[in-house]
Design a binder for this molecule. Structure first.
Ligand SMILES: [Zn+2]
Length: 115
């Protein structure tokens, strides 16, 4: 079996790349890599104390950023849709609570207007 250096392997694509960014290093923290992986790739866990690689390559970082952008956009859209649905439901239920005027009510209103 071929020898490999786990410190050069990308955690996300398993390719060897010397320009990998450390997930828990200064750049990794600045880019929120751990959080982005947790949110966008919940099947992958990256922990400081596991035996897996703790770095990702620049190509995967770019893809992760794009995925996170999609994730964030979807979360915002979900909140907007929830707000709209709530507002729409309130309007609809307010309409349902409006008193229904019967023809007799209308006549009485007209009469009170005349008197
Ligand atoms: Zn990679």
């Amino acid at each position: 079996m071929e020898a490999f250096d786990i410190k050069l392997i990308c955690r996300l694509c398993a390719r060897e790349d010397e320009s990998c960014i450390q997930v828990f290093g200064e750049n990794g923290i600045k880019h929120n890599i751990s959080k982005k992986i947790r949110l966008c790739l919940p099947i992958i866990t990256v922990a400081e104390d596991d035996k897996y690689p703790k770095q990702i390559c620049l190509s995967c970082l770019k893809k992760l950023d794009t995925s996170f952008e999609l994730y964030s956009g979807c979360m915002n859209a979900q909140n907007t849709i929830k707000r709209l649905l709530k507002k729409f439901t309130q309007i609809e239920s307010a309409k349902d609570n409006l008193p229904v005027q019967t023809p007799l009510d209308r006549v009485q209103n007209d009469v009170s207007f005349i008197c």
